[in-house]
Design a protein. Structure first.
Length: 149
């Protein structure tokens, strides 16, 4: 068993293996133009967590377009018509262009279904927390997408 782990460790270190998240936060993505449309909270979180910068002086860089949408919908009601559960859904369309030609394009979708709460202020706080968690999942997916060559 020890030999197996020794061989595995030697193989992993000698083949250039590097975890995908090892440079998360330290790498900076630069674009000549950034266009944001849709939900301000989600767009801001993506820009800040991915360390995306706009350098309008360097026209050789790619352009980034982010379009996001966040919705909360009722998924079920009881016999009296009272809402029993909700679904929060976030969609982000990411487009990377160079000279008005699309280089990369991907749509990211995350959703979460949850029960209603009697206390509406608790429900609103919970929905904000869900929005943050969904945004974090999308940021992780975008990180993987951007790091793939």
């Amino acid at each position: 068993m020890k030999k197996f782990f020794l061989v595995l460790i030697l193989f992993i270190t000698s083949c250039g293996y590097q975890p995908l998240y090892s440079t998360k936060g330290s790498e900076e993505f630069k674009f000549s133009k950034i266009t944001l449309d849709g939900d301000i909270d989600i767009n801001t979180k993506i820009i800040n967590l991915l360390n995306i910068k706009e350098v309008d002086t360097d026209l050789s860089l790619n352009e980034l377009e982010l379009e996001s949408l966040f919705t909360i919908e009722e998924t079920s009601k009881d016999s009296k018509g009272k809402v029993v559960s909700y679904r929060s859904r976030a969609e982000v369309n990411l487009v990377i262009k160079k000279n008005n030609k699309i280089i990369k394009n991907k749509n990211f979708i995350e959703d979460f279904t949850y029960s209603n709460s009697e206390n509406k202020s608790d429900l609103i706080e919970y929905q904000k927390e869900i929005k943050g968690n969904i945004s974090n999942k999308i940021v992780e997916e975008i990180t993987l997408f951007m790091n793939l060559k």
